[in-house]
Design a protein around this ligand. Structure first.
Ligand SMILES: [Zn+2]
Length: 67
């Protein structure tokens, strides 16, 4: 499948390989506003939140999950 491009596309949310070349999101994760949520997630990390907290705040994690 690779044509010499070393960059594999992995979903930024769940880290599985994406089915669509160049996509940041796999089919399971993609939804219309995911790019905005990802920007928010990055901002939360910059503000000092943990990845788990940031995921919870953008709705990407189940609150019952432990960090
Ligand atoms: Zn995914």
């Amino acid at each position: 499948m690779s044509l010499g491009n070393v960059t594999m596309c992995h979903c930024y949310k769940c880290r599985k390989p994406t089915q669509v070349y160049g996509s940041r999101w796999c089919a399971d994760c993609a939804y219309p506003s995911i790019d905005q949520d990802y920007t928010r997630y990055q901002n939360l990390l910059e503000e000092g939140y943990t990845r788990h907290q940031a995921r919870l705040m953008v709705g990407w994690a189940d609150p019952s999950e432990e960090a």
